[in-house]
Design a protein around this ligand. Structure first.
Ligand code: NAP
Length: 266
């Protein structure tokens, strides 16, 4: 016998709105790869998305249009800003305030690699990588901190990497940037806790994006051999975890580094 919603107990009642409807989420580096997947996933669940990008204007517009045109409550708009430049990030904050108001969720995803073994690593390689992942996260968190603190369910989610935990040959710069995010989010978790907002890191293993496709095939095979699940992650798997962390059900998780790596460190 089927039951009507009037008879259904409250804990099994179907929500009338999508779970992230009414939430505004800013995803940095959302023109492609993992950032694009996160933006689409949050939009698919009803959120308003700011699709940040540095240079891929057409791709960012395509992501925003796909979210807005989908048959969901989610909408999106692209906003350009190089996260390494505090004045561009502040201009992005002003543009966000004028168009959609304060944000609830900040996903600092923008990141680059510049791989070289340490003997050959230049200061420029070092600074370039730290500037995007670590200083970019600082710049964006600084700009949107008040929003996160005053939101009902503020969320800071930094996209780190398994390399931040394990280190990697040729990636001293990237590993330093990514493990720096662990301490950053743990500290922010403590400072934001009084407001009810949370701060967490997601640490993906190798994930099918342009960043990984740039690795020569033979090395990709070697990397895959070290993964118990014997494959790279999909963007949707990473995006699904971020969607959970962005939602109300994750409100008691804070200061964590959440691995999603196919069991690589088992
Ligand atoms: P990707 O495909 O290379 O995309 C990088 C994104 O970051 C692009 O949207 C790019 O925008 C943006 N970006 C780069 N520099 C920027 C800047 N200065 N300001 C604003 N946006 C900037 O990378 P991905 O593989 O999706 O990686 C996304 C994140 O996941 C990174 O933080 C990466 O370290 C992390 N991660 C990736 C893997 C993996 O296996 N792929 C594993 C673990 C962690 P434009 O196109 O406009 O330049």
């Amino acid at each position: 016998m089927s039951s009507t919603s009037a008879e259904r107990p409250a804990d099994v009642e179907r929500p009338s709105r999508q779970p992230l409807a009414g939430q505004t989420c800013l995803v940095t580096g959302a023109s492609r790869g993992i950032g694009r997947g996160i933006a689409c996933e949050l939009g698919r669940h009803g959120a308003t998305i700011i699709v940040n990008y540095r240079s891929s204007e057409a791709a960012a517009h395509e992501v925003a249009d796909a979210i807005t045109d989908a048959d969901t409550e989610g909408t999106a708009r692209p906003i350009q800003a190089d996260v390494t430049d505090p004045s561009e990030v502040d201009a992005m904050r002003e543009a966000v305030r004028e168009t959609v108001g304060p944000i609830d969720v900040l996903v600092t995803n923008a990141g680059i690699t510049s791989d070289r073994t340490f003997a050959d690593m230049t200061r420029e390689d070092w600074h370039r990588v730290l500037d995007v992942s670590l200083h970019g996260t600082f710049n964006c968190t600084k700009a949107f901190y008040d929003d996160l603190e005053t939101a009902d369910d503020g969320r800071l989610i930094a996209i780190s990497s398994v390399v931040g935990k394990q280190g990697n040959v040729g990636q001293a710069n990237y590993a330093a940037a990514k493990s720096g995010l662990f301490g950053f989010t743990r500290s922010l978790a403590l400072e934001l806790a009084g407001s009810g907002a949370t701060a967490n890191c997601v640490a993906p293993g190798f994930t099918r994006t342009e960043m990984v496709e740039a690795i020569p095939d033979g090395i990709q095979d070697d990397l895959r051999d070290d993964i118990p699940l014997e494959r790279f992650a999909t963007v949707n798997e990473i995006a699904g975890l971020v969607r959970y962390l962005a939602g109300e059900r994750s409100g008691y998780i804070t200061g964590e580094v959440i691995d999603i790596n196919g069991g690589i460190d088992l």
